[in-house]
Ligand binder design. Structure first.
Ligand SMILES: Nc1ncnc2c1ncn2[C@@H]1O[C@H](COP(=O)(O)OP(=O)(O)OP(=O)(O)O)[C@@H](O)[C@H]1O
Ligand SMILES: [Mg+2]
Length: 231
């Protein structure tokens, strides 16, 4: 499981995370909620190894991540679907998926069929350029690319941002299916409260770099959380 304790993160002199604590377990969706600029992406970038932290500890299955490179974390099974998707627009869908191979030993460098069961639309578009996909299809491609690495911890940064409702439903089903297999820990950053509420086994709410509220999904008081999410 993922254990994050007392994490501090600075950009120069400006502090973006203050003693953040979160846990995430296999078979569960842990939601990180909060309005713009509270530090959600900073936390995911710290966990994926794209931003260093100045205090606290991040452990995965008892192994310290603090000093590990992003590529070593990817090899451990930690995958990050960035905000804004960041797919390669000049590469084909298939080539985008293959970029996930870098985190895998040679014997596992193939695209599991189940990825096309989860995202049938991608199968029909393997030769299409990433940049020619709709926003929703690009988001599905970004999630599929992360799944190619066979993650044990999947982190998603606002997967519903700017995406049409029908594809949001599909993405919700995929996340629920991945969770229900019981093997993957999922950390979901969201500002779309209803979406997060449907999926959350547990949640934290962040405000100005601090965790200000946390609990189980079942015990979430939506209106209380909404109070932290509206400007
Ligand atoms: N590379 C950076 N350099 C300096 N400051 C940064 C950098 N990235 C983020 N920040 C600042 O850190 C704070 C947290 O930003 P972060 O992107 O983590 O928030 P967020 O919760 O993901 O916001 P959003 O919901 O808009 O994506 C903000 O004040 C932001 O301006
Ligand atoms: Mg963000």
């Amino acid at each position: 499981m993922l254990q994050v304790e007392n994490v501090d993160l600075y950009y120069g002199a400006s502090q973006a995370l203050y003693g953040v604590n979160i846990n995430a377990e296999p078979g569960q969706v842990t939601c990180i909620l909060g309005r713009n600029g509270v530090g959600k992406t900073s936390l995911l970038r710290a966990l994926s190894g794209h931003q260093s932290v100045q205090g606290g500890s991040m452990n995965w299955d008892g192994c310290s991540l603090n000093k590990m490179s992003a590529s070593d974390r990817a090899r451990l099974g930690i995958a990050y679907v960035p905000q804004g998707r960041e797919i390669f627009s000049q590469l084909s869908v298939l080539e985008n998926l293959k970029t996930g191979f870098a985190a895998l030993p040679r014997s596992q460098r193939f695209i599991p069929d189940e990825i096309f069961t989860l995202f049938p639309v991608l199968k029909a578009m393997l030769k299409r350029r990433g940049g020619d996909l709709s926003g929703g299809q690009q988001q599905q491609l970004a999630i599929a690319r992360a799944l190619v690495t066979r993650p044990k911890l999947l982190m998603l940064d606002e997967p519903t941002e700017g995406i049409q409702p029908s594809i949001i439903k599909d993405i919700q089903q995929v996340i629920a299916q991945l969770r229900d297999r019981g093997e993957m820990a999922i950390v979901l950053v969201e500002q779309y409260l209803d979406f997060a509420y449907e999926l959350a086994d547990s949640y934290v709410v962040m405000d100005r770099g601090n965790v200000v509220l946390s609990g189980t999904g079942e015990s979430m008081d939506k209106e209380q959380v909404r109070g932290y999410m509206t400007v």
